[in-house]
Design a protein around this ligand. Sequence first.
Ligand code: AMO
Length: 443
Amino acid sequence: MDKINGVMDKTSVEYKDFSKHVDEVVVLKGMIHRIREMTGFAFVIIRTARDVVQCVYSPEFSEYRMDEKVVEGCAVKATGKVVKDQTREDRYELQIHNIEILSTPAEMMPIVINKKQLDNIPLDLNLNFRPVTLRNPKERAVFKIQEGIARGFREFLLSQQFTEIRTPKINAQGAEGGANIFRLDYFGKQVFLAQSPQFYKQMLVPVYERVFEVGPVFRAEHHDTSRHLNEYISMDLEMGFIDSFHDIMNMETGALKYIMELLKSEYSEELALLNVNLPNIDEIPTIRFMDAKEIITKKFKKKITDYRDFEPEEEQLLGKWAKQEYNSDFLFVTHYPSEKRPFYAMDDPEDPEYTLSFDLLFRGIEITTGGQRIHDYNAQVAKMRARGMNPDDFESYLMAHKYGMPPHGGLGLGLERITMHLLGFKNVRYASLFPRDINRVTP
Ligand code: AMO
């Protein structure tokens, strides 16, 4: 009888370990990324999980003879000798002794993915062929970096005594208001897809004090824009016993610093491949919403048409201002008008037209919304009523308030948004593995 012992030995040498195996024969498993026939020899480029390894076939190296069955897209087990690359400092290559084909593609690639980048391919085509285009080293580097961002968020918060939670995505009520909510038929009853984990993360504050979640949320965005997705990954946190919403901004600043350090230390190859300049975060400046509006008019001479929110162009001007004045890629804008913030936002007792809330702008685009919440049951019910909402519809959410809640607050950070701006993309779809927009639900 076979017994499974849980030991999974590495069966293939990783490129980063090649330097330890010079002149040794090793096994390399991967996909054939590219074959370049030369006179008397060939470069066979093998793509492994994180590398693209140059292997060289020549009849001089062994008895093995490569034939036409070895094509791009084959999964292979190559055996060969590790040698120093003659032409490139500090690079190694594999002199092929044998190639065992583990699987063969049914068809040739529909699109060229083995060039340095896919810049020349229109976005739509890139997305239509996503299972294939993601194999391009630059495309896949994006999502390795994205892994680093989410991992940094998680690692930092765990180090700050947060508990990781997973909350339902099928809900009886929307948390964020507005028209961008997906309705769902749930056995004859109308329910909604979660726009955010807002209610649940708040409910869990009296349980765990500090909680976070990294998970999908859904927004029925009716317009085709370059920065909205219909499903995105929200990195949320919520924490109790705060003194003010400054505690939340501090926690986010700490998380961002940690994320940038992690990217620098563990994702340097991907950053280099994509030519990314990581922002320096020492301290992040803050400005009140109304003061920001004044800068927009006075400094940039732009006429304000809406005093309740920012237009995208105004956010860009503020990004420019933060860079010029503070050499900062980030800017916290605080005290947004109450009218434009959700019903759970706490109004500023000193000026109730504004809230104890903030947005974080990164290079002139919003990546986070956060703030202090109402913790008092009667105050929350009163604000709901003032907005024409029926508190009875939110009975389970309000249980948290009714039976006692500490002062608390939190934030939501869009993973694709931060990835997009870190990597300098013009469209958020480049920062989503399989984006969902008004026209796209496949692949
Ligand atoms: P908000 O609705 O502002 O706040 O969303 C928080 C952050 O999520 C990102 N985001 C999006 N990313 C891609 N596509 C979209 N359609 C989209 N919509 C929003 C942005 C945004 O800053 N519950 C509050 C957060 C909180 O207060 O804790 C909320 O969801 O980066």
